[in-house]
Design a protein around this ligand. Sequence first.
Ligand code: UTP
Length: 298
Amino acid sequence: MRAAVIPAAGLGTRFLPATKAVPKELLPVVDQPALQYVVEEAAAAGLHEVVLVTSVDKGSVAAHFEPNLKLEAALGKPGNEHLLETVRALSDLAHISTVDQDSPRGLGHAVLCAQSAVGDEPFAVLLGDDLIDAEDLLLQHMLQVRQERGGSVIALMRVPREDVSKYGCASVSATDQADVVIVNGLVEKPSVDQAPSDLVVVGRYVLDPAVFEVLKSTAPGRGGEIQLTDALQTLAARGFDGHGGGVSGVIFEGRRYDTGDRLEYLKAVVQLAIKHDELGPAFSQWLHDFVQAQAPNS
Ligand code: UTP
């Protein structure tokens, strides 16, 4: 498998007004845009063909990974070697192509837009605003599960029951691997009392190319959007038929940062800043002192 599709054509309404002119995928998380972490994750998992799904008014998304000769010339003075290297490395991260989504008609539609770029091969989908900690090798594990079981693979996390309505929710049955389940059904944003479990879908998928044909006949669902969850429900219902049907789930217990949500974004910045090689020690010390100073009895 070589291709990673990264949908980044959404409106980012939850983060307005920050996302009016700046795509949410380019909001900085410490010192690099969220999307750069996602492209780095794909490359680290051996997926070097990255397909960005963007829209005409989000040209800056692809520009982040293209060579910028003017900037490189300006950095060509002694003392800037490290910055120059950092900027140049961006265009070597992966082979990046873009496809256009004419209007944000849902995640399923965004994936369908990548069909000609992907071809008839299995591929990964990584949401451009959803970060998985680089130390937690979720995507690698999902690729391995696809190799062993075929079909498609989704990432699942346990959430408090009252939060299930924000996500796609899975009904599952166990396998002989503690963190791998068979997905029997999926429902997008169920009410708490109708949710089949506390396992929700998060932004990593390994998909069989059979998903494209299913997406073509998937009617707009919740919110009038073509939902990837609905197409996966169809594939799950087919079972492992040797023709692309069947869905497994990997239960992820590592660190995930949803940078498309304002509160989660703030948490992501703090957690990743603490881990940052250069900034971490000074930031941690400051944060410690700051929190102490806020405490009521300090
Ligand atoms: P989200 O649902 O989080 O993105 O989709 P959104 O629609 O931009 O968010 P809000 O609710 O308005 O704030 C997850 C990912 O899928 C992309 C988004 O850009 C995001 O990275 N996406 C979503 C598309 O590329 N196209 C779409 O039609 C929808």
